[in-house]
Design a protein around this ligand. Structure first.
Ligand code: DAS
Length: 329
């Protein structure tokens, strides 16, 4: 029996259209409707019973917290319907890793949720969207995908939302997880080789149904010669937290320490992360976090640490508990 899969369109390159088939960078993003995308791939009909809806139509660089909340609530309502076996979201690739992680932490269901995009628009020679979407529907339809949280399917790979990040501006293999994908889609079959190790969906304290707003958290990207005023700008904007995407293993330039200490005094939580793209930031390693009452990110990318801190702050203000969350999710 075919699975019933709900498809939610939100825009992105997978919904783009270009003037020329040989130009894969200059095109209009988010102009093709999800119904048009589906009708352009007749092979999808044999995979599952599909119901599609257009929730948003925008490049994912424009996603704000209100869009995360809207998308999460809609998916949650669909997952509560008995006849829906899984949900696929078509999404721009720029912030797909942030949206997927948000859903991974806030949806309360064993049913598969797959977020999918493409690096090339459908109008390009060798577009990747059609096969990515085909594979996403296969993954969402597979009983093997249940209980794995939110997944990102791209370039024949199945990634856990926790780990995946976009790593290239144009390559089809842009989506990488530091520990590798959970599995592959090979010849129309999802094949899993690993399980997500960190808690998600049913094992987190956050339910999308209970969140109506998220606190603001800013990211400051460190570099040689950084002006400490970058940190002050986040503090002065009265945000609730700062993720400091530090150099190396979470080093903070001497002249920036004071600005981060001031941020903490003013009530913002300070999280040391790394701009390197992989590895762990060790608590009390490069900086005395206990003394300063700062947090460390564990191994998470700065943009996903921001999502986690926003969620964490909806339930918790104690530093020790916040730190525990970074080591758990
Ligand atoms: N416009 C970007 C986005 O929506 C690009 C993309 O989808 O790949 O994220």
């Amino acid at each position: 029996m075919k699975a019933n899969i709900a498809i939610i369109g939100t825009g992105g390159t997978i919904a783009g259209r270009g003037e020329s088939s040989v130009n894969t960078s200059a095109y209009a993003c988010s102009v093709v409707s999800v119904d048009e995308i589906l009708s352009g791939i007749p092979e999808l009909a044999s995979l599952a019973n599909l119901q599609a809806e257009q929730l948003l139509q925008m490049g994912s660089e424009n996603f704000a917290t209100e869009h995360l909340l809207l998308l999460g609530s809609r998916i949650s309502r669909l997952l509560q319907q008995d006849h829906v076996d899984g949900v696929v979201v078509t999404h721009g690739t720029d912030t797909i890793d942030e949206t997927a992680y948000f859903l991974h932490l806030t949806l309360k269901s064993m049913k598969p949720v797959v977020v999918v995009g493409s690096m090339r628009p459908p109008s390009a020679l060798s577009p990747d969207g059609p096969l990515n979407l085909y594979n996403a529907i296969l993954v969402a339809s597979s009983p093997a995908s249940r209980g794995k949280g939110t997944l990102v399917v791209s370039n024949d790979e199945i990634h856990t939302a926790r780990d995946v990040v976009k790593t290239s501006t144009f390559k089809l293999e842009s989506f990488r997880s530091p520990y590798g994908p959970l599995g592959y889609v090979v010849e129309g079959m999802p094949r899993y080789y690993r399980e997500p190790a960190r808690s998600h969906t049913l094992e987190t304290p956050w339910s999308i149904e209970e969140i109506d707003r998220l606190p603001e958290v800013g990211i400051v990207y460190a570099h040689g010669g950084i002006d400490a005023g970058m940190v002050d700008a986040v503090t002065n904007a009265r945000m609730s937290g700062i993720v400091y995407a530090a150099t190396g293993n979470g080093n903070v330039a001497e002249h920036v320490v004071g600005a981060l200490l001031r941020a903490r005094r003013e009530g913002l939580h300070v999280v040391r992360a790394s701009r390197t793209g992989s590895g762990v930031v060790i608590r009390n390693g490069a900086q005395p976090d206990d003394k300063y009452d700062w947090l460390v990110v564990d191994d998470q990318a700065p943009q996903k640490a921001r999502i986690l801190l926003m969620l964490a702050l909806t339930r918790e203000a104690r530093s020790a508990e916040l730190q525990r969350m970074f080591h758990r999710y």
